[in-house]
Structures are given as structure tokens and as C-alpha cells.
Design a protein around this ligand. Structure first.
Ligand code: MN
Length: 504
């Protein structure tokens, strides 16, 4: 019985290794019940599609009612008869675990291992680059990005249409080997212009500033519709992936084969060869645009903490040079505050914390969960296994390590090995029975947090500064025998379940 289970797991992992682009990922996930649906009923990508998916599978920090559900492809897009839109492919931890071929509780640890066995991308020539099956050149008169790709507006107060899963790839203008990938807020501003918002410290923004300082534009590709391993691998941040580290190497580690790149057609830059859609362009030096210039809504788009971001008064502009696509491309998108964002940033966060704690205090931290309520960034739960009295202090030290390794973390909850860190009720149980506010809370005030956390802007009135808090809900080592959970006999309940009445 046990052996079979192990073989099944290995099988799932081996099958997931066959995934090499979005289409093979969709084909794979169709094998599992309740993970994927399609609809042919017409949907308006403007103010409708996101609202539909809110009820079906957005989850995360989205205002209730919402829930975790299947990924969904809309086959009938109003105004775009040849387009399809996929939302929510990674909007469930269970689904992500299937797509990466591991159990959902091991996702962070699996990602940590991939970080250690990285594989660098390879180049394929244009003939093999299926992302260039169809080419739209921005020099042509007909060219209008808003007519070539469906424009998705999430809510009526958004600054405009956004690409929500555009993986930007760029490199240092005088060192093409220093390449970086990351996802940013991209608003369509005109027929051939996008604005881009970089959160502080993002590496591509360093490339941009460097190029701008000598009056040069920065060549970028925006890759949409990808193998989920590429998107999730891109969620790592410094110092686990320092400046100069290409995050595509992690997708290589996850899939045990390199990501394929190809040369762009209009600029000196690379694109992901098996992407559904590639937007090629240049970030212009010394030009800025107001994010909501066309709509004057004052807002940007729904952000990961469940609030709509403010429109930025002054953002860099991307001049689009070309769009290339596969035939009948699938435009992949997400709901900003949804569970998909939680997984995209949270799983790399878990991996980063686990890696650093394991390097510093081997064996203490058993697992990490970047909780959904913080959008995968603000709250982490660390599960520890104390081996002696010294580990009481080391447990709190592990929390400090987590805060150090992931600058945007705000709150840490520490729990013991008998608590299921993925079960919020169980975590809150540990807080009720093993935590005392006066002696088990540590504050670190006046420290940098996440720019989009509204509490640090309006409460402290000090943009970017917050208080970090550690909630130690673990039992002191020498009191462990007073905190033993009721121990029910272990058995297999299926005999009773299968023989029960009133079963449908
Ligand atoms: Mn980076």
C-alpha cells in the first residue's frame, strides 16, 4: 500500500516533467477532476471576465464571496473572435502542486531544492520558436495593440486595460549575460505604448535606471502564457536570487530541463520561445506618463492585498516594437488579489525562508507557509521541531532570519510540529492555547515593509515603514509534556465510510 503511494507520487512527478509550455500544462491538468473548465458563453473582457471568475475561483484576499475553484478558459471573447483568455491556472495550491508534481505541503521545500539545482536557459533558432508563428510589426499602419490582443479591464475604476501575467525579461545594456525576469503592472496607454510600475528594488528597474543614466532605452520582452514553473520560479527575490541571477534557471531546476529562449524579431533581446504571446519593446529614457492618463480614475488596478492600487502620477513608458504569438494564442491573466498571486509569490517566499533557516539552523524549521491572507507576502507561518531548550531561543531567531531574508514580510507566527501550518483553525488554536501576548510577542518597529500595505501608509503616515511582529505560539521545550494533544487511535476509516448509509 505504502509502496504504491510512493510509486504514484513518482509517476505524477515524472508526468509533470513533460510540461514545457502553457498548452501542455492545460492538457496535463485536464486529467484531474475539478481543476479546469472552459466556457463558450460570450464574456466581455472589460469589467466582466474578472467579476465572473471572482465567484468561480479567485480566492486569496478578494472580497467575499469568493472561493478556490478551477482554472477557467473563456473561448468566446466579446470583440475578439480569434482569442481565448485563461485565468486562474495557478489559483489553487493543490493545482500548483499537481503542475509541479509534488504534494502541496512540500511545495516550498521542492522549490528550495530547485533553487539549488538550477539549469540555465538555452537558445533555439527562430524556426523552433513557436512564439513567433504570427508576427505583428509596430511599423505597420494597422498596428494597434488594443486590436491585436484582448484588453482586460478588471473593474470600472481601473486606470485602463492591464496585462496581469506579463513576465518581463531584460538585461543589463552592457552585459547581456546579466538577465532578469519579473512580473509587473502593465497598463495599455495607446496603440503602441504601455506604462510599467516597478515596486522598489526590482532588478529590471536597476537595468532601466542604468540605461537611462546614459540616455539609452532598455530592450525588454513581455512574455505571456507560459509553463507555470517559469512564472513561479520568477517569484524569487534578492538575496536568494541576487542581482545578476537569472530566475529562469529555477524553472530549469523544477523541470529538470532548460527553458528555451529565442531572439526577438524587432529588438536586441531574448523571448521565451514557447510563450503564447510576446510583446517586444523598449523602455524609453527620461519619459514618464500618468498611469490613469486616459481615464483619470485616480486608481490603478486590484492589487494583491485586496485593495485597488493608486494610479501612479509618473511611470516609465514602454514603446512597443512588435507583437509575436502562437497561432490562436491564449492570453493568460490573473485576478490581482487572488490566490494565484498568493502562490506565485508565496511559494518562492516559503522556499527562501526554508533555505536560509536550514543553512543557519539545520533541522529546526520543518516547513513554512506564506499565508493567503497576506497575499503570500505579509504573513508567514513557521513550523518548528524543538530538540532541546536551546531551540526555544533559536525558534525566535528563525523568525528573525525569515524577516531578514524576505524584506516584505510583516508578521510571523511560530508553531510546533504537531500543528498543521496550512490549517488556519489549527494555527489559531495554537495561538489560543500556547501563546501569551505579553511574553510571546516580539515587535520590531520602524522597519521597511511593503509599499502597498495600507496600514503603514495611513496609520503610521510614513510610507514604507512598518512594525514587524513575531507571535511565538510554540510550547517552551521543558513544558512540552504539559501540552500533549489528545491522542486518538490511528486507523483506516474507509471501511466505515464505504459501508455508511445515505451515501450518494
Ligand atoms: Mn532578480
Amino acid at each position: 500500500m505504502k509502496k504504491n503511494k510512493k510509486n504514484n507520487k513518482k509517476n505524477l512527478f515524472n508526468k509533470s516533467l513533460m510540461i514545457n509550455d502553457l498548452r501542455s500544462a492545460i492538457k496535463f491538468i485536464k486529467n484531474f477532476p475539478n481543476q479546469y473548465i472552459e466556457t463558450n458563453y460570450q464574456v466581455n473582457p472589460i469589467n466582466e471576465l474578472a467579476s465572473v471568475y471572482r465567484y468561480i475561483g479567485a480566492g486569496g484576499t478578494v472580497m467575499r464571496p469568493t472561493k478556490i475553484g478551477p482554472a477557467m478558459t473563456f473561448n468566446n471573447i466579446k470583440g475578439f473572435p480569434d482569442s481565448r483568455i485563461l485565468v486562474g491556472l495557478m489559483a489553487s495550491r493543490k493545482r500548483v502542486s499537481k503542475l509541479l508534481g509534488v504534494s502541496s505541503k512540500n511545495l516550498g521545500i521542492h522549490m528550495a531544492k530547485a533553487r539549488k539545482k538550477i539549469i540555465t536557459p538555452v537558445f533555439v533558432d527562430k524556426k523552433q520558436a513557436i512564439c513567433q508563428e504570427v508576427i505583428y510589426n509596430a511599423n505597420e499602419k494597422y498596428f494597434d495593440i488594443r486590436k491585436i490582443l484582448p484588453t482586460i479591464v478588471n473593474t470600472p475604476e481601473d486606470a485602463g486595460p492591464y496585462f496581469c501575467l506579463g513576465l518581463m525579461l531584460s538585461s543589463d545594456h552592457n552585459n547581456q549575460n546579466n538577465t532578469d525576469v519579473s512580473i509587473h503592472r502593465l497598463c495599455i496607454q495607446s496603440k503602441n505604448e504601455l506604462s510599467v510600475f516597478f515596486a522598489p528594488g526590482r532588478h529590471i528597474n536597476l537595468f532601466r535606471k542604468k540605461a537611462e543614466s546614459i540616455g539609452k532605452s532598455l530592450a525588454i520582452s513581455i512574455n505571456i502564457g507560459l509553463d507555470p514553473a517559469i512564472y513561479i520560479g520568477a517569484g524569487f527575490e534578492a538575496p536568494i536570487t541576487p542581482f545578476g541571477f537569472n530566475e529562469l534557471c529555477i524553472a530549469g531546476g523544477l523541470r529538470e530541463k532548460p527553458v528555451e529562449l529565442t531572439e526577438c524579431i524587432s529588438i536586441k533581446q531574448k523571448a521565451i520561445a514557447r510563450a503564447e504571446i510576446v510583446i517586444e519593446g523598449e523602455i524609453l529614457p527620461n519619459v514618464r506618463i500618468q498611469e490613469d492618463k486616459n481615464t483619470k480614475t485616480g486608481k490603478a488596478m486590484p492589487e494583491f492585498l485586496g485593495y485597488t492600487g493608486k494610479a501612479n502620477p509618473s511611470l516609465p513608458i514602454i514603446k512597443v516594437k512588435a507583437i509575436t504569438t502562437r497561432k490562436n494564442p491564449i492570453l493568460q491573466t490573473l485576478i490581482g488579489p487572488g490566490e494565484e498571486h498568493v502562490n506565485l509569490v508565496g511559494i518562492p517566499t516559503e522556499a527562501s525562508i526554508y533555505l536560509q533557516c536550514e543553512d543557519s539552523i539545520p533541522g529546526l524549521v520543518k516547513n513554512v507557509y506564506a499565508h493567503s491572507s497576506g497575499g503570500g507576502k505579509l504573513l508567514a507561518i513557521l513550523q518548528v521541531n524543538k530538540r532541546n531548550q536551546n531551540d526555544d531561543g533559536m525558534t525566535r531567531h528563525a523568525a528573525i532570519i525569515a524577516l531578514a531574508i524576505y524584506r516584505e514580510l510583516k508578521n510571523i507566527i511560530l508553531v510546533d510540529e504537531d500543528v498543521n501550518l496550512f490549517d488556519t483553525n489549527d494555527v489559531l488554536w495554537a495561538m489560543q492555547t500556547r501563546y501569551s501576548g505579553d511574553s510571546d510577542t516580539l515587535f520590531i518597529p520602524g522597519i521597511t515593509g511593503h509599499i502597498l500595505d495600507p496600514s503603514q501608509i495611513s496609520i503610521n503616515n510614513n510610507k514604507g515603514i512598518t512594525t514587524k511582529t513575531i507571535f511565538d505560539c510554540t510550547v517552551p521545550y521543558n513544558l512540552k509534556n504539559k501540552f500533549i494533544r489528545t491522542n486518538f487511535k490511528k486507523l483506516n476509516p474507509n471501511i466505515w465510510l464505504n459501508k455508511s448509509e445515505y451515501k450518494k
